[in-house]
Design a protein around this ligand. Structure first.
Ligand code: FAD
Length: 540
């Protein structure tokens, strides 16, 4: 993209999820004039919370990768985005409690020594594999993601990346290409064979990559992935505030219907209202499928990309069934994910059979419920197509949600007797809810599902034959997640800076760039203490 002399370059960003907000913040820091267009009336995308009476239902964060340590580049990124300052982060001692029908419980601690001891006590016959597995989780704690986009990585960057990931690769080399359930099948003990796949959060029949689990557990066990008290919408709003402070513009209730293209160059957008806006470049941080096949009408999709959208698995739809309960659950220690509960009789939900329920108890966030009360939430993988068909009949759809809440409450009664009588609030969000509020294709709330094959996939952030257009967010970061989405926005601005021959800079709210690259940031920073911003070489 050439720079018009004497003029700031303008960017349009589609979608104010975490990726769009991050793109906007780094755009402003680097002297681009950016505008965000979001179809919803608030920021955050899937990183959101909603209010039901006195209760707040948190719709997203369990762990925020990069929440610590303060010295890590990922933590610095969250600080640059204004997301973590002044926010209390909680690191529960337990990742998940997996209860068995035989009364035994697998407690997955977030301290690897304690985790190993607990596993060895439960299943001494699997001593060797348990020790190897825990060593792999520990190696996962030392992985570091490249802060420079792979597109700009030179030989030295690649070598450094290789050296950093070597210990992890060596520890997990026999398990490359394995799914969590394939790895679980290697245990002899029945409780580990059943419980282990639950630790992956997305249990079979989904084919979650074992490496994905190691990386997630690695960050959690290293206390580098905490829960931000206040919940997901507050977290997203903090980044939105940072964006505005940097001079960015947010337009809500602004659904983008088309990306305007002239001579194979993105030149702006047309909103559903018919309004048009023009810019030097357009970045879509919205759902990948609608970006490619609706906003760009499928004109810049080559065979490879079309094949990805036809063949690669996406996250399954998600049912989030929440209850506000007049009760504290002191006897259940706070945990990252909650309880995995076995069902005596399988439950049929949306034409699928379920043998376990994953229940999160939000005891560790007092801001979500009145004193003495707790929000409980069930996470249930559920078929988007089934719900989409049902939602065509609004009455049946509403009735099914009510029936489901009754059915699930009855199932929870067996674990927490008397629970129903203390329920003050109930709420059911289906995969159609996710799709309606965030536009994510098939309700796939986290984009591409990280199977062993998809884990190694790198998705392009530009399109063949289309100039001045970029994609950020979970649809270009297989596996999704807050940190990869935010990082992808940072990467896009690094790519733009490299193309424009600028030095990429990034700074935290109380820092001031020595040489303000953009008009917007400098005035707001003028009276604040001076610290050097981080500048990066932007050319390969
Ligand atoms: C229940 C749940 C739990 C999760 N837990 C975690 C966790 O613990 N840790 C973690 O790291 N990640 C977690 N994630 C995943 C993480 O939240 C997402 O991967 C990440 O937030 C995706 O951000 P994004 O900006 O790429 O996409 P999105 O959040 O989907 O944002 C896209 C935005 O674009 C807007 N948009 C779409 N189409 C248009 C259009 N045509 N015009 C204008 N705007 C448009 C949408 O409204 C939306 O705001 C979880 C997600 C869910 C749903």
């Amino acid at each position: 993209m050439e720079r018009a002399p004497g003029r700031e370059k303008s960017l349009i960003i589609v979608g104010a999820g975490i990726a769009g907000l991050s793109t906007g913040c780094y755009a402003q820091m680097n002297g681009y004039r950016s505008r965000l267009f979001e179809m919803h009336d608030k920021p955050g995308g899937v990183c959101t919370s909603w209010q039901r009476g006195d209760y707040t239902i948190d719709g997203c964060i369990h762990w925020l990768t990069g929440s610590a340590p303060a010295t890590s580049p990922l933590h610095r990124m969250w600080e640059e985005l204004g997301a973590v300052q002044g926010r209390q982060l909680v690191y529960p001692e337990v990742f998940m409690r997996i209860e068995g029908l035989d009364g035994r419980t697998l407690v997955a601690y977030t301290d690897t020594d304690r985790l190993q001891r607990a596993l060895l006590e439960l299943a001494p016959e699997d001593k060797k594999l348990i020790r190897r597995w825990v060593r792999a989780v520990r190696a996962g704690t030392r992985l570091e993601l490249p802060m420079r986009p792979p597109e700009l990585a030179g030989v030295a960057d690649k070598l450094r990346g290789f050296m950093r990931s070597l210990p992890f690769a060596l520890r997990t080399r026999d398990w490359f290409g394995l799914s969590v359930s394939e790895l679980a099948a290697r245990f002899k003990s029945p409780i580990l064979r059943e419980g282990f796949p639950q630790l992956g959060v997305w249990p079979p029949p989904l084919e979650l990559s074992a490496l994905f689990m190691f990386v997630n557990l690695g960050y959690i066990c290293a206390k580098q992935a905490g829960y931000p008290v206040g919940g997901s919408l507050a977290f997203a709003r903090a980044i939105e505030a940072r964006y505005r402070e940097l001079g960015g513009e947010c337009h809500y209730g602004a659904r983008v219907a088309r990306i305007l293209v002239e001579n194979d160059r993105a030149v702006g957008i047309r909103l559903a209202s018919g309004e048009e806006h023009r810019a030097d470049a357009v970045i879509s941080a919205a759902d990948g499928h609608s970006t490619l096949f609706e906003l760009l009408e499928g004109r810049y999709v080559d065979e490879g990309l079309r094949g990805d959208y036809q063949r690669l698995p996406v996250f399954p739809g998600l049912l989030q069934v929440s209850f506000g309960v007049r009760q504290r659950f002191e006897e259940v220690s706070p945990s990252v994910m909650g309880l995995s509960l076995p069902l005596r009789e399988p439950l049929r939900i949306a034409a699928q059979e379920h043998r376990r329920l994953l229940l999160s108890l939000y005891q560790h966030d007092p801001t979500l419920a009145p004193a003495g009360c707790t929000v409980l939430k069930l996470f249930i993988q559920s078929d988007h197509a089934w719900w989409a068909a049902l939602s065509k009949d609004p009455q049946r759809y509403a009735a099914e949600k009510e029936r489901l809440a009754d059915q699930l409450l009855a199932a929870l009664e067996t674990r927490f007797p008397g629970l129903s009588s203390r329920v003050e609030m109930r709420d059911v969000a289906t995969p159609v809810t996710t799709e309606r509020y965030t536009g994510n294709w098939r309700g796939a709330y986290q984009g591409w599902f990280p199977t062993p094959g998809a884990m190694r996939r790198r998705m392009r952030k530009t399109l063949p034959g289309l100039e001045a257009f970029y994609m950020a967010g979970q649809w270009v970061s297989p596996g999704g997640g807050l940190m990869p989405s935010a990082l992808s926005g940072r990467h896009i601005i690094q790519l733009l800076c490299a193309r424009d021959g600028r030095r990429f800079v990034a700074w935290r709210p109380r820092e001031r760039p020595r040489r303000a690259p953009g008009r917007a940031a400098a005035p707001a920073m003028a009276s604040l203490p001076v610290q050097a911003p981080r500048a990066e070489r932007s050319t390969p």
